[in-house]
Structure formats: structure tokens, C-alpha cells
Design a protein around this ligand. Structure first.
Ligand code: SF4
Length: 420
């Protein structure tokens, strides 16, 4: 090799050694992060316990209708499954008087509350801290952004249609907990028709998201009808569904449902996986079915204290998502909805997480960090990579924090001048 070749090889090897060192810390941390795959045995044991207490069979477990009918919403039953102390049972009952709860058996099988701090438990089981009653019922200001009863509009060209208040599991951090109420209640059909009329009268709307509650808790015929009605509105170019079903009750994603969904392209589904342990073989299969039906899948994580407010956990989540063909899309800062202050983190936590990922892992794995102020739509936040600027240059730092000057071409004199 020439001297030059020797030099470039040596410099490259030094750089590569540094990058390897960057990867080492995460590689070590990742070994102790539970995923639905590496915890399959423990989850399987919990499933057997749940079946024993609920009196169900393997066949029952695989039926989404059974999962829905057997949502665990009784603190005594939960206490029997998890051997809770009487004071724990009584706390849950106390909160249940104020905020409804319920969890699908599948999701309950992911929980391991022994020792405290289980991220799945934190997301679904009432905590006495909810009774602090901080926050507001409608933090994102949907009420004042609803030109019809079931429709929310924050933007020029897209809207949300609220289809139901039913979920297979009720997340404690839900921004729509004011809708959850005490009983399952699909949005009346006349409200859906009113929303569809709004779309017909406002043809600049080209993108419609069905949300809830969870629209995939409906039977196949209702899902078909909802998407079909949207398809009849000429100006609607794309349809979207927001759903946690592949996370909380993957049994619902049947081949038949996927056939129905595939009739309504272009259709996108956004999910909400919040922790790597939620990515089980069953959830992976559900996502594979949806992806095979031609549906692009995105993930909208909520940043939650004690669940995923750790850069390694968030990175592992995003890596596991890409493996099951789900693109990490957003991390939402948890809204100040009533009773969930204890789950919120400082905004800076989200920015630090993005900073720990950008450059350190594939760009596809890095979601956008989003704040949703009341009634004002989304505001993206990210670390500041610009240090300063001057004539003909801009000073930046790269993902490692190394500062550099970047040539910044001035605007062309003839720009915008049609005579030139
Ligand atoms: S699944 Fe969605 S709508 Fe239902 S409780 Fe959870 S966050 Fe709220």
C-alpha cells in the first residue's frame, strides 16, 4: 500500500473504532430490556394464570370476541391473577369510581407488577395518583375544533372522525379519557353521516383519520361500511385509522379483517406501541398481516414517565418496530389531560431522546417529537444543531456534537425575476 493508502486506512479504522464504542453502551443496555419475544416464556405463564382465573381455553384466547367480552375490569379479579394485597385492590377500586379502566387478557399477560414499575401495568391499571385530578379534560382542545359532533379539524386539508369510545384496553394516559365514560358507546350513525356531509361540503379535505376509542373494535362489516362511506367522498384521497388493537388485542387482526381493509386503499394505519415488551410474536403476526395487505404502518408513541422515558428503551422500541415493518413516526409529549400528571415528563426528556438517536441509529428509526398545544395542532421539536451563522456560512454541529462551518450559498440575484 502507498503511504496515502496507509494513512486513509488508519484514519478510517480509528473512526470505525470510535463508532463501535458509541454502539457498545446501547448494546449492553439492550440486553436487559424486556421485549415481547425475549419474555415469551414469562408471558406464556401469565396467560395460563389468566385463563385459569377467567375460566377460558386456548381457543377462547385466540378469539378477539372472547378477549373483548373478558376485558378485566374488576379489581378483585385482577387481584386474583396477580396476587395483589387488599390495599392494592382497594386503591384500584377507589380510582375506578372516578376513571373507568379495563384491560384485554392479552395485554394483561404482558404485565409483571412484582417489584413495581411494570411499564404495561403503569399504562393500564389505575393509580392512586390519578386522584390528584390535575390537568384538564380536553387538553388538546378538540371541543372547540369540532365543526360537527364527530369531526375534529385542526388543519387545512385533514380531519379526524371520532367513531367510537370503545377500546379493548383503556390507557391511563388517554387524551380522550373524557369520552371513555362508563359504558361502551359507538358514535351514532347520524353523527358519522353529519361528518361525511361536512367532507362533501369541504372538498379541500383530502385526508381523513378514523379514531376513537378504537375503530378496530368494530366487526368487519362496520369497518367495511365506515371505510366504504369515506371512499364515496370524491375529494378524500387517503384514509387513515388510528388503533392500538395490534398492541393490546392482536387476535382482532384476522385474515378476514385484512381482506376487508385491503378493499379500501390507499389506507394507512397508525399504531401506538409504547414499550418493546408490547412487541410479542402475536403483535408481530398482526402487523405482518396488515403489512401484507398493503397497509403502511406507522407508530405514534406517547412519552410516558416510567414506561419509555429512557433513551435506550425508546431506541430498542424503535428498532423492534422496524423489525415488524412498523415505521416509528411520532413521539408525543404526554398531554396534560386530567389525572395523568404523574405520567408526564419534562419536554426536554423528549428532545434528549431524539438527540440520543439521531445519527446514532438509522434515520428510519428516528421519529419526530411532537407537542400538541390546546387547539393549535402539532409543533415538532428537535435538538438545535445550528450554532451560529454569518455571511456565506452557517455554523452547525453534527450528531456527535462536532462543530463545523458549512458553506451557505447566497440567494441568486435573478431569483424571482421573470425577465432574466
Ligand atoms: S387505545 Fe387509544 S383511544 Fe383507547 S384508551 Fe388507549 S389511547 Fe385512548
Amino acid at each position: 500500500m502507498t503511504d496515502h493508502e496507509n494513512k486513509v486506512r488508519r484514519v478510517s479504522q480509528e473512526k470505525a473504532a470510535k463508532f463501535k464504542e458509541y454502539a457498545r453502551e446501547y448494546g449492553e443496555a439492550r440486553k436487559s430490556i424486556p421485549t415481547g419475544f425475549n419474555q415469551a416464556e414469562q408471558i406464556g405463564r401469565r396467560k395460563q394464570r389468566i385463563l385459569e382465573v377467567l375460566g377460558g381455553s386456548e381457543e377462547n384466547w385466540n378469539s378477539w370476541q372472547w378477549q373483548m367480552r373478558n376485558r378485566i375490569d374488576d379489581a378483585e379479579v385482577l387481584g386474583r391473577i396477580f396476587d395483589l394485597r387488599p390495599d392494592q385492590v382497594s386503591e384500584i377500586k377507589q380510582v375506578a369510581g372516578k376513571f373507568r379502566w379495563g384491560v384485554a387478557p392479552h395485554y394483561a399477560s404482558l404485565m409483571s407488577p412484582e417489584g413495581g414499575g411494570c411499564p404495561m401495568w403503569t399504562q393500564m391499571i389505575p393509580s392512586i395518583e390519578e386522584l390528584a385530578m390535575t390537568g384538564v379534560p380536553d387538553f388538546s382542545g378538540e371541543e372547540y375544533s369540532s365543526p360537527t359532533r364527530a369531526l375534529v379539524r385542526w388543519y387545512p386539508d385533514r380531519v379526524i372522525i371520532y367513531s367510537t369510545n370503545i377500546c379493548s384496553s383503556f390507557c391511563r394516559h388517554c387524551l380522550r379519557r373524557r369520552h371513555i365514560g362508563e359504558v361502551d358507546k359507538p358514535t351514532p350513525e347520524e353523527d358519522i353521516h353529519e361528518a361525511l356531509d361536512y367532507l362533501r361540503n369541504n372538498p379541500e379535505i383530502r385526508d381523513v383519520l378514523y379514531t376513537g376509542g378504537d375503530p378496530l373494535t368494530f366487526g368487519d362489516d362496520k369497518v367495511d361500511w365506515l371505510l366504504g362511506e369515506l371512499g364515496k367522498v370524491e375529494s378524500v384521497e387517503i384514509k387513515r385509522i388510528g388503533s392500538r388493537i395490534p398492541v393490546t388485542m392482536p387476535q382482532r387482526i384476522t385474515p378476514q379483517l385484512c381482506k376487508v381493509l385491503a378493499r379500501h386503499h390507499p389506507l394507512y394505519i397508525n399504531l401506538q406501541f409504547n414499550h418493546p415488551k408490547e412487541i410479542t410474536p402475536e403483535a408481530a403476526e398482526a402487523c405482518a398481516r396488515l403489512a401484507d395487505a398493503g397497509i403502511p404502518l406507522g407508530n405514534q408513541t406517547v412519552l410516558l414517565r416510567g414506561v419509555n422515558d429512557d433513551p435506550h428503551v425508546m431506541k430498542a422500541l424503535c428498532h423492534e418496530l422496524l423489525k415488524i415493518r412498523v415505521k416509528p413516526y411520532y413521539i408525543y409529549h404526554c398531554q396534560g389531560t386530567i389525572g395523568i400528571e404523574h405520567l408526564r415528563t419534562p419536554v426536554e426528556t423528549g428532545i434528549e431522546i431524539i438527540e440520543s438517536m439521531r445519527g446514532f441509529t438509522t434515520g428510519m428509526a428516528v421519529p419526530a417529537f411532537i407537542i400538541t398545544p390546546s387547539g393549535l395542532g402539532k409543533t415538532p421539536l428537535q435538538p438545535n444543531y445550528q450554532i451560529s451563522s454569518g455571511e456565506g456560512y452557517i455554523q452547525l454541529r453534527n450528531w456527535e456534537g462536532r462543530a463545523y462551518k458549512y458553506d451557505n450559498p447566497p440567494p441568486r440575484r435573478d431569483e424571482g425575476n421573470d425577465d432574466q
